[in-house]
Design a protein around this ligand. Structure first.
Ligand code: ADP
Length: 655
């Protein structure tokens, strides 16, 4: 993936302005090292040697610099002497003035002056050597020291700017001045997006629709020649992990048009007004490169329904962003050949204005895969694995009802890891089953301490679920029962519920009865109940409440519902019914549940021997399947087709 702002990689070395700074610094340093005054090289001497020269009358002038250093100039005659042969100063640059022959540091100035005066007087030198005082300044050094705070300040500033830019994700949105720029990633013909429609298994309908969008952009004339308009947007809706992002990635891989990808939360920043300006910028970029596709993942982050009342009184940033998106998608300006794809798993919370035709013309439902689709998804994800030869894909897809594509990808990976842990050469069926168990139930807790009494209670509880659901016509068919503790559950009965579009009251009641079968078994066998039925009770209570208050299935409360699909009453503090009705509702809920509990108890009393038999098998084997139940109960009279879409599990949680 390549960011829009990155230039194509040019290999030749480019001129870099930093080189100038580097050069200047090198020159400064060189000047400092070589000495400030003309790059000269003067011979060093010592005070005692100097005194000897003075006595000999060789000195013409002594320059005392900065009260610390002496520069010695010889007379013309002295320069000719053998002893001073090497004292001729050398200089890199031609100098107009005479250069000193020697230099040295003398220590205390007063002493030095006294000594010179003594020698001059004693020797009675004529002409007397001149003594001059000078102050020399190192201009460059001072200049640099003066500049240092500024250099430091600028350095810190540059550092902070850099940090800010990398923190904001780099690219266009990077620098502080670019905060209003869109942060979308751009994929175009030059980028290698490896995903193609081949990698998306199942989802035929969705794939077809999305492929059509790609086709719109490739051959627009085909569609517009009859007067049709190309759709502006398509919304991918479905539960998490069903392959919405994967579909979009496949579009990017196959469309061969510029593809802008970003997530709904990329619009949001702590600054007000940024979201709207990012939307503007995104559409501007997309229009410049049209035909193009914009993909917004998790659009519910910005597309949530706008509130009617604004409690906080502040200018709502998210609403501004959404408004801008609405205008960009179907506003006054025309918007040619830019198709917006968006994905969400919360289509219900999206703003109506966003969903209307002309913006997201199409809603593509991406549902959980059925058996056949699961098999295809397994095929895709098994490709890279080393699997056992006799691996039965049909079996695997039957064992994974209710799994999303992401879950299946996870099962395949987990199975490979389990096989590797056991030192196997190939991944076999048992590894997959273990992986499924692990993903659904959590990690097996081998070292959980369970007393024999507790274990017996759990076994009867689960056997109760299994027995009751076996006996009831509308209860979901059983897959397996286990009393191996996993995650938070101590045991579980797994069902394969059939997918129903409408549910009848008797079906709901049968399911509730089966869910209460666990507690009923404890009552029938031990005449004691326990906290183990918590999750069953929770499920049953919710279901009963829904029957009475949502679906209008209770005779006494009648054909009314207190459900509000618009979600407007979310923050309402008042109940939409009177106190009397509230009492009635509570009574009805309690009656429904108690009735089903009685029913379960009666059923189990009737089949107590079989229940005991089943519980004993369960205690011995820990996991039992449908076949074991058939051995005890005989064939289930109500067995329907195996085509199932969802799994459900009643697990009995620890308190
Ligand atoms: P979401 O619908 O939440 O956007 P993703 O598209 O991110 O889900 O799917 C997550 C992963 O699940 C994908 O990377 C892929 O490995 C796997 N997956 C989901 N659906 C399918 C499918 N239909 N075919 C193949 N793999 C799938």
């Amino acid at each position: 993936m390549i960011n829009d702002n990155k230039k194509p990689k040019a290999k030749k070395p480019k001129f870099n302005p930093y080189w100038i700074y580097g050069g200047i610094i090198v020159i400064f340093l060189a000047m400092q090292i070589l000495g400030g005054s003309g790059f000269q090289d003067t011979k060093q001497t010592t005070p005692s040697q100097f005194m000897a020269f003075l006595q000999d009358g060789d000195i013409e002038k002594v320059e005392i610099v900065n009260r610390r250093e002496a520069k010695v100039y010889l007379t013309k005659e002295a320069e000719q002497k053998e002893i001073h042969k090497n004292s001729k100063p050398t200089s890199l640059l031609p100098s107009a003035t005479k250069l000193p022959n020697y230099t040295f540091e003398f220590g205390d100035l007063q002493n030095f002056e006294d000594e010179i005066a003594t020698i001059i007087n004693a020797q009675n030198l004529d002409p007397k050597p001149k003594i001059e005082y000078k102050t020399e300044q190192n201009l460059w050094g001072d200049f640099l020291i003066g500049l240092l705070p500024f250099i430091l300040l600028i350095g810190v500033w540059i550092f902070i700017m850099r940090r800010m830019s990398s923190g904001a994700g780099g690219g266009a949105g990077g620098q502080i001045f670019n905060i209003g720029k869109s942060k979308a990633k751009l994929f175009d013909e030059n980028d290698e997006v490896k995903t193609s429609f081949k990698d998306v298994a199942g989802l035929e309908g969705a794939k077809e629709e999305v492929q059509e969008i790609v086709d719109f952009l490739k051959n627009p004339e085909k569609y517009t020649s009859l007067g049709g308009k190309i759709p502006k947007g398509a919304l991918l809706v479905g539960p998490p992990g069903t392959g919405k992002t994967l579909l979009a990635r496949a579009v990017a891989g196959e469309a061969k048009v510029p593809f802008f990808s970003l997530s709904g939360s990329d619009f949001v920043e702590m600054f007000v007004g940024v979201g709207a300006s990012r939307v503007r910028d995104l559409f501007k970029q997309a229009k410049e490169k049209s035909p193009s596709i914009i993909f917004i993942d998790e659009i519910d982050a910005i597309g949530r329904a706008r509130g009617k009342s604004n409690f906080s009184g502040s200018n709502d940033e998210r609403e501004n962003t959404l408004n801008q998106l609405l205008t960009e998608m179907d506003g006054f300006g025309t918007n040619s050949n830019v198709i917006v794809l968006a994905a969400t798993n919360r289509a219900d919370v999206l703003d109506k204005a966003l969903m209307r035709a002309g913006r997201f013309d199409r809603q593509i439902f991406v549902d959980l895969p059925d058996v056949r689709e699961r098999k295809e998804i397994f095929e895709v994800h098994l490709r890279p694995l080393k699997k056992a030869k006799d691996l039965d894909l049909d079996f695997l897809s039957k064992q994974t009802p209710g799994f999303s594509g992401a879950d299946i990808a996870n099962v395949c990976n987990e199975a490979a890891l389990i096989a590797a842990r056991n030192g196997k050469k190939a991944v076999d069926k048992q590894d997959f089953l273990d992986a499924v168990d692990r993903i659904v139930g959590g990690l097996e807790k081998k070292n959980k301490i369970i007393t024999p009494d507790e274990k017996k209670a759990i076994a009867y509880h689960e056997a109760g679920h299994a027995t009751v659901s076996w006996m009831l016509e509308h209860a979901a068919p059983l897959v397996k029962v286990t009393i191996v503790p996993r995650g938070r559950s101590l045991g579980a009965a797994w069902y394969l519920p059939e997918e129903r579009l409408i549910v009848r009251p008797e079906q709901m009641l049968d399911e509730m009865c089966a869910a209460l079968g666990g507690r009923a078994a404890e009552k029938v066998i031990f005449n004691k109940i326990s906290t183990g039925a918590l999750s069953d009770l929770e499920k049953v209570t919710k279901q009963a409440r829904a029957m009475v208050t949502i679906y209008g299935l209770s005779d006494k409360v009648g054909n009314l519902t207190y459900y509000d699909s618009s979600g407007q009453s979310e923050y309402g503090f008042t109940k939409p019914y009177s106190e009397q009705t509230a009492e009635l509702i509570d009574k009805e809920i309690s009656d429904i549940i108690e009735e089903q509990y009685e029913r379960a108890v009666n059923l189990l009393e009737l089949h107590k021997d079989k229940l005991t038999q089943l519980a004993e098998v369960l205690l011995e084997k820990e996991v039992i399947f449908k076949d074991n139940l058939e051995k005890i109960f005989g064939k289930r009279p109500f067995d329907k087709s195996e085509e199932i879409n969802k799994t459900e599990k009643t697990s009995d949680e620890e308190e």
